[in-house]
Design a binder for this molecule. Sequence first.
Ligand SMILES: CC(C)(COP(=O)(O)OP(=O)(O)OC[C@H]1O[C@@H](n2cnc3c(N)ncnc32)[C@H](O)[C@@H]1OP(=O)(O)O)[C@@H](O)C(=O)NCCC(=O)NCCS
Length: 258
Amino acid sequence: MTTAGSGPLTLAFSPTESARFGLRVFRANLSAVDADALRAELESERVDVAILRIPARALGAVAALTKVGLQSIVADTLVHYSTALDRATLAVPKNALLRLRPAGDADTASIAAMARTIFADYISHYHANPLFAPDAIADGYAEWAARSVPANDEGRSAWIVELGGTAVGFSCIQICADRGEAHGVLNGILPAARGRGAYRDMLRATLIQHADAGIRRFVISTQVHNLVVQRVWADEGFRLDRAENTLHLSPLFGRERS
Ligand SMILES: CC(C)(COP(=O)(O)OP(=O)(O)OC[C@H]1O[C@@H](n2cnc3c(N)ncnc32)[C@H](O)[C@@H]1OP(=O)(O)O)[C@@H](O)C(=O)NCCC(=O)NCCS
């Protein structure tokens, strides 16, 4: 932990969120919170919103922050699941017409449009905070998905989910080669195509594809309220590894933005 006013910075400036929301947004993943150091950093870095991820059991941080005069919003709970990729035990998609097509430059706009539609009603930690404009939240999903197109050297890629040649959704993946892992970053199925097994089949096809590529583990996360995907993950052999809370801290709470 840092001491107030000294040591390395805990918070990292988030340029994309700052530009999107017109605020100075910072982020940190912390195993424990030093409330005095954080308060000093919020002031010295002129932070509008700090988005912290802390282990779910570290809720005492909320009380510690309140004691030093920092109101926090507990904005959501993230749950992280994973499964070993053993090719012999992986289930195959039920619908033989389902395909995963790698997205290229020409697909950037369509992936962004799909993300905007798919996540239009999705509730995330941003919705807990009145400083984040709802329209800009939807734009964020579009930007986030588009950043994975085309596949790049850092292991990011995006895939169009097709049923009989028609795009019904997308899936963005991050490969962490040093750990032998693939991470599901962002994915979803268009509202008109939901309820017909496309998501479950997309997940099955994704697991098989990565097992075939020599990846040993698949990791995926969501908000705890997203029960549909967690039930699918449990059915497909995933295990709940850990949970963390997202806290928002802001000196702007309770007063007008300048
Ligand atoms: C969640 C989502 C991916 C599901 O896609 P889908 O193609 O409709 O899912 P599937 O048809 O494969 O259904 C999988 C299972 O969930 C069930 N299910 C799907 N939608 C459901 C709903 N709204 N309520 C309850 N159960 C639901 C299905 O009945 C099915 O169960 P079964 O296989 O036991 O019959 C889709 O609704 C979506 O894109 N939502 C918004 C974005 C999102 O949540 N992305 C995932 C972020 S990690």
